[in-house]
Design a protein around this ligand. Structure first.
Ligand SMILES: NC(=O)c1ccc[n+]([C@@H]2O[C@H](COP(=O)([O-])OP(=O)(O)OC[C@H]3O[C@@H](n4cnc5c(N)ncnc54)[C@H](O)[C@@H]3O)[C@@H](O)[C@H]2O)c1
Length: 324
């Protein structure tokens, strides 16, 4: 068998991690021939729950699980890892504004950004913990790991968009392609139906209901997280975990021919986004790395949505400017 791939998971006692970890360990992500070594980071009060997760992992007797360790020190958790899934962060409490959450979680990503320097030479970092774009920006700014190895997760928004368009058009989800989710993982994100396709045809020519696309689809995707919380009493976990693993895999293999993958990455000024901001773009991955898909048209309506979410990310950067 090959050498184990070493994966760090932060927030390892949390809900999303509870779905992520067992799939990583089972061979479902890296294949049945690739052993996986798991390295968990949690805060001290959650260690007991994490112990239970580790007991359950032992009880699964996964042939691909080469070993595991747990720590409440980021330096230890990230030592030698090839992939770091940064899921842990403080959840938003009742009455807490987004800016408060950003201020509380920001410092976590300063320390973790520095500790990521302990990772392996090929380390790739995926930020899921919210506000994930700005947390990613902070971690990136405190790390020597190259910027192009950092990304934040827009995949759940993309998967939600594909699912909802497929249901509306009465087609399998595999018929939906070219979905871009611009900007921030927040309720100002712009899930772009104008560039999306169904069976290779522009979505607006298949779903000929502009009012539904603009006034139902876009807000429903933007607020889907809140709808799940209202119905379930807890935030999306299995779907977020599934998206995190889709995201991880999509950076390890070439993108589907002619299509793209969604992720928030450091802007180099594409589409007029300030260089340095961590912004959701469509990307193409190839053997050399990834690139932003450029030149997609945006209508005036779409550009207004795009500019709104761009401004939101600029304000988030302003809130954390002392941490950058
Ligand atoms: N990007 C996305 O699309 C997306 C989707 C869903 C959820 N999320 C976010 O993912 C995060 C995790 O969600 P969850 O449902 O698993 O939450 P959760 O509260 O169940 O788990 C979070 C875990 O993080 C741990 N944690 C807190 N601070 C930590 C630190 N400094 N280091 C390590 N661990 C720490 C907590 O102890 C807890 O166990 C949240 O921020 C949530 O908003 C993002």
């Amino acid at each position: 068998m090959a050498d184990p791939i070493r994966v760090a998971v932060t927030g390892a006692a949390g809900q999303i991690a509870y779905s992520v970890i067992f799939r990583l360990a089972s061979g479902a992500v890296f294949g049945k021939d690739r052993p996986v070594y798991l390295s968990f980071l949690e805060i001290a009060p959650a260690m007991k729950v994490l112990e239970a997760v580790m007991m359950e992992l032992e009880d699964c007797a996964f042939p691909t699980l080469a070993g595991m360790r747990a720590s409440d020190q980021a330096d230890q958790a990230f030592d030698g890892v090839n992939t770091a899934l940064l899921i842990g962060s403080r959840p938003r409490g009742a009455g807490m504004e987004r800016a408060d959450l950003i201020k509380i979680n920001g410092p976590i990503f300063v320390g973790q950004g520095k500790a990521l320097n302990r990772g392996a030479a090929d380390l790739r970092v995926i930020v899921v913990g919210n506000p994930c774009n700005t947390n990613c920006l902070i971690a990136m700014n405190h790390s020597d790991v190259p910027n192009d190895r950092f990304s934040a997760m827009m995949r759940l928004d993309y998967n939600r968009s594909k699912g909802m368009l497929a249901i509306k058009a009465g087609v399998p989800v595999t018929a939906v392609s070219h979905v871009a989710v611009w900007g921030n993982h927040s309720n100002n994100q712009y899930p772009d139906f104008e560039n999306a396709k169904i069976n290779g045809q522009p979505v607006p020519s298949v779903i000929q209901d502009e009012t539904w696309l603009r006034e139902t689809f876009v807000p429903a995707i933007q607020t889907r997280g809140a709808a799940v919380i209202n119905a379930r009493g807890a935030s999306s976990a299995a779907s977020a975990a599934s998206a995190a693993l889709d995201h991880l895999i999509s950076f390890r293999e070439p993108s589907p021919v002619g299509d793209w993958i969604p992720a928030a990455v450091r802007s180099n000024g594409q589409y007029g986004v300030d260089p340095g901001l961590v912004f959701g773009f469509p990307l193409r991955v190839n053997e050399k790395g990834w690139e932003v898909v450029e030149g997609l048209p945006l209508s005036d309506w779409g550009r207004a949505k795009f500019d709104k979410v761009l401004n939101e990310l600029r304000s988030e950067r302003e809130v954390v400017k002392d941490l950058l």
